[in-house]
Design a binder for this molecule. Structure first.
Ligand code: NAD
Length: 415
């Protein structure tokens, strides 16, 4: 469904806000390029004794406000262009929530579902070695994204530590809690989406209790969103993953769907629900739609079919710019990715701080601090949106770009 290349899509949005803010060309040009890009091709020994060469990337979009920060994606279709786009979104996210990071992203073109754990471990360790000149606790701190998890982060941390000759906890975030991970990190992105859903629903005077919800994607982000919203009393009517979706107008038993998914790896064919396609899910009548799967899910071909009142972007870039215009005309309120799904990077920041201090917080403390940061960011974006008469995406871009341009101005240009 891609209507334009992914990085260009982010650049066009940055460009529009730079025009409006009269941002100096010297800053605009820096935001419209990535600072640093590394492509690596490296061999991995597979279980059957053959050797396969994998391609990976690590991209730094901009590190003016602090060390670069961003996830690592394992996916068969991932490209350098997509990695650039995701790195740029990370720069913007860190600025929206005002944490001292720049933006980065990494990826390996692979299908982890077709690989053994031992193969994933060897690939992760070799990739970490290949990108080791770019990463480090004061330089660039990877975290999980699609296809990666706390175990992958543990292997990265261990490999980097072996190269340095001592344990370096803060080189990645999203690690297991026993080796410097933060409590609350695993569910943080989903929790942040729910905080945003509550704030925006209150703004529209509907509240979360009894609100009808559809969630696309049932991974780290989508499953947490669906479970937390169900606990808030929302009626989750539909859930999907890459293999298809399920629908029950009266509301799904989300905990039972979660258990079914753990046992079978599916959501389709769940009892007490009818099977639907992902396209049908996106067009369901509901109060809140949460795309929490992958990019480019709502484009110009299907944006007019969306019947939800609110969209909370759990995924990165699930809506194209063309679709944004259609949704705006149809008065669908979109909480953009660079605000909605920042819970993960915020708690990653907390993890990095805890690692640096070797002093760890309780889960309640993590969740409390997350709430404070997310509340502030939402209200700042909301205020700009009202004052400048902009949708929330453009308001969030405005807040971020202003902060980054101010930081560039303060630092000046070397030499
Ligand atoms: P994940 O791999 O845990 O889960 C992805 C889910 O999406 C799975 O249920 C998968 O089956 C489903 N999916 C994949 N392709 C699909 C398709 N074509 N149609 C429908 N469903 C599909 O990944 P995740 O960590 O939950 O990430 C989901 C999204 O959230 C991504 O866009 C990611 O960049 C974004 N995100 C994740 C985090 C994080 O902390 N994990 C933070 C910010 C943003």
């Amino acid at each position: 469904m891609t209507e334009t290349n992914a990085f260009q899509m982010v650049v066009s949005r940055i460009d529009a806000i730079c025009d409006r803010l009269n941002i100096k060309d010297v800053y605009r040009l820096r935001l419209e390029k990535c600072e640093r890009e590394l492509t690596v091709n490296f061999p991995v020994r597979m279980d059957d004794g053959t050797v396969k060469v994998f391609t990976g990337f690590r991209v730094h979009h901009n590190d003016t406000r602090g060390p670069a920060k961003g996830g690592l994606r394992y996916h068969p279709d991932v490209t350098l262009d997509e990695t650039r786009a995701l790195a740029a979104l990370m720069t913007l996210k860190a600025a929206v929530v005002n944490i001292p990071f720049g933006g980065a992203k990494g990826a390996v073109v692979c299908n982890p579902e077709l690989m053994s754990q031992a193969e994933i471990e060897r690939m992760t360790r070799r990739y970490t070695n290949e990108i080791s000149m770019l990463i480090g606790p004061d330089r660039d701190i990877p975290a999980p994204d699609i296809g990666t998890n706390p175990q992958v982060m543990a292997w990265m941390m261990d490999t980097y530590s072996m190269l340095k000759g001592h344990t370096v906890l803060a080189v990645v975030t999203g690690k297991p809690v026993g080796i410097g991970g933060s409590k609350g990190r695993l569910g943080a992105t989903g929790r942040g989406c729910v905080i945003n859903a509550r704030l925006v629903a209150e703004h529209l005077g509907i509240g979360l209790e009894g609100a009808t919800v559809a969630v696309q994607g049932f991974g780290n982000v989508g499953s947490v969103v669906a479970r937390l919203l169900a606990r808030e009393g929302s009626k989750v009517v539909a859930i999907s993953d890459v293999k298809g979706g399920i629908y029950n107008e009266k509301g799904l038993d989300v905990e039972a769907v979660f258990r079914y998914n753990q046992q079978t790896g599916l959501v389709v064919d769940f009892k007490d629900a009818e099977n639907i396609t992902n396209t049908e899910l996106l067009a369901l009548p509901c109060d809140i739609l949460v795309p929490a799967a992958i990019e480019d899910q709502i484009g110009k071909a299907n944006a007019a079919d969306v019947k939800a009142r609110i969209i909370v972007e759990g995924a990165n870039a699930p809506i194209t710019p063309e679709a944004d215009r259609i949704l705006n005309n149809n008065r669908v309120l979109v909480v953009p990715d660079i605000l909605a799904n920042t819970g993960g990077v915020v708690v990653s920041y907390f993890e990095w701080v805890q690692d640096a201090q070797a002093f760890f917080w309780s889960e309640d403390e993590v969740n409390r601090q997350l709430q404070v940061v997310m509340d502030n960011a939402f209200h700042e974006v909301q205020e700009i949106s009202q004052h400048e008469k902009l949708d929330m995406r453009n308001a969030a871009y405005m807040l971020a770009i202003k902060r980054i341009a101010d930081a560039m101005e303060a630092r000046g240009i070397f030499p």
